[in-house]
Design a protein around this ligand. Structure first.
Ligand SMILES: Cc1cc2nc3c(=O)[nH]c(=O)nc-3n(C[C@H](O)[C@H](O)[C@H](O)COP(=O)(O)OP(=O)(O)OC[C@H]3O[C@@H](n4cnc5c(N)ncnc54)[C@H](O)[C@@H]3O)c2cc1C
Length: 292
């Protein structure tokens, strides 16, 4: 069995290669990345100046010519657009947003439904999939891939404006420890009250959607959840976060979840490994003292 993996984000390509390693042979197409040839693909193809038009044309030809059994496309904006076009062009049924794939005669995949509350396991005859970011932690192998560059046709797309979003600090998807704040923090001003815990744990700060999008106490790139980032830290500490399904969808990859909430019936207590019922402004200083 042989698969083609496509991602415009080399980080996602590395994760998918690691996840599928041992299950089948793989080629990968992505943007230039020094490390990508160390993740177990037979062939690595790099492209430049790829847009939906020239990439879809190239990929459709490449997939037909090489007769791949499966195509895995990372679920980025461009990846999702390409999956739709390729599914139509190649008459390949595409299943979106999988986070688990097994093939032993039958293809069995898993994906979230109902905003992340339900996991559905499906048997299908699909051959194309979009893959959620963070399917596993990427790990290198000793084997080196053959590398070549792709010359894409000139695109008819023109970017007419790029406006940078307000971002700050490091990518929370790489954090080992996250202190995450919710509406229960009360105000932006109160961030300084949890800072000693952040410092003590050498943590990154993240937040729920209201905190990042509505109140803007944190920048948008710090939002965890279904419509934010999916994180996989060793420790995820939720302060004043109720634990709605859309938030939980972003933290399921965490190794240990600790929650502090003053409402003992908050749904976060059904998801966490350790829960403390109480006022975060009392408990956080006590934790800091103990950590010291
Ligand atoms: C399509 C869609 C996508 C969404 N995507 C996301 C997403 O990606 N990420 C996300 O987070 N949300 C998302 N949401 C919103 C989500 O449904 C919730 O509204 C949101 O997660 C709630 O945020 P919160 O837990 O900070 O606030 P709340 O639900 O208001 O919870 C605040 C909690 O703080 C507790 N609290 C208050 N004071 C204290 C105190 N002093 N000490 C301890 N605890 C205290 C309260 O008991 C309460 O449980 C999405 C919603 C939709 C419809």
């Amino acid at each position: 069995m042989k698969a083609l993996i496509f991602s415009d984000e080399p980080k996602n390509a590395r994760e998918i290669l690691t996840y599928l390693r041992g299950k089948m042979e793989m080629d990968v197409i992505s943007t230039e990345d020094k490390e990508l040839p160390e993740y177990g693909a037979q062939k690595v193809y790099f492209y430049k100046d790829g847009f939906v038009d020239n990439l879809s044309k190239f990929l459709a030809d490449h997939i037909s010519k090489n007769k791949y059994d499966f195509v895995f496309i990372s679920s980025t904006n461009i990846g999702r657009e390409l999956a739709g076009i390729l599914s139509y062009k190649l008459k390949m049924k595409c299943m979106p947003e999988i986070f688990s794939f097994e093939h032993g005669g039958k293809t069995i995949t898993k994906r979230f439904f109902h905003g992340g509350k339900t996991v559905v396991e499906e048997e299908s005859d699909f051959h194309m999939f979009t893959v959620s970011a963070g399917i596993c932690e990427a790990e290198k192998t000793d084997k080196k891939s053959d590398v070549s560059n792709i010359n894409l046709d000139k695109s008819n797309y023109k970017i007419i404006n790029v406006k940078s979003k307000n971002t700050a600090g490091t990518d929370i998807r790489n954090a080992k420890v996250i202190v995450s704040i919710g509406r229960g923090l009360g105000s932006e001003e109160n961030i300084k009250k949890i800072q000693p815990l952040v410092d003590e744990l050498h943590a990154e700060v993240a937040g729920s959607r209201p905190v990042c999008l509505d109140y803007k106490w944190l920048s948008e790139d710090k939002q965890v959840g279904l419509s934010g980032k999916k994180v996989r830290p060793d420790f995820y500490i939720a302060l004043g976060i109720s634990g709605q399904i859309q938030h939980i969808a972003g933290i399921r990859g965490s190794k240990t979840i600790i929650a502090i909430n003053k409402d003992k019936s908050a749904p976060i207590f059904e998801e966490c490994d350790y829960g403390i019922v109480g006022d975060l402004f009392t408990i956080v200083p006590e934790l800091v003292e103990k950590l010291k």
